[in-house]
Design a binder for this molecule. Sequence first.
Ligand SMILES: [Zn+2]
Length: 178
Amino acid sequence: MVAMAKFLCTCGAVVRVSGDIPNPFEWLLISDVKYDEFTGPVDAQELYGEMTHAFRCDACGRLWVYWNGLGEPPAEYSPGSGCLHMSLPRNSPALDEDALAARTAVVRGASLDEVARLLVEDRGLEPIPAVKALRSGAEVRLLTAKEAVHRNLPDRIRLEAEQLWDETATGREVPPGI
Ligand SMILES: [Zn+2]
């Protein structure tokens, strides 16, 4: 019996049940009672056979545990509201403080525009660091992050940013002294 290769988490992200071996999103559980039955040198395969398979959504931290084997639907465990799940081990590189603030806001249900405003207004980030933080924190494409930040920039900064991005896009250099 094999579980679906992937399914949608409650948060909307894809949870991969099969794919890479070892699966970076899979966790193996064993009860203390079962583990206690093993003594001396342990056969890895035998130990594996006693394990319960669980899959962690990398986006929201939910854990999906196949208590009754991969042939039956998993139980869902949520890390709860707030940023509790931030303390869970992550498979991707650690987020910096700004990206973490963005991630926390996303988990709490903020829209991309709200997160962009949080970065540029509340945290006072310049456009480019804000785009980077939004991209890694909200796990969106670079262009999506760029547009969201751009939409939410204060007018003065938006004009400067437009000029800078135009110059970057056309490869023109910024004249010295400006
Ligand atoms: Zn999720």
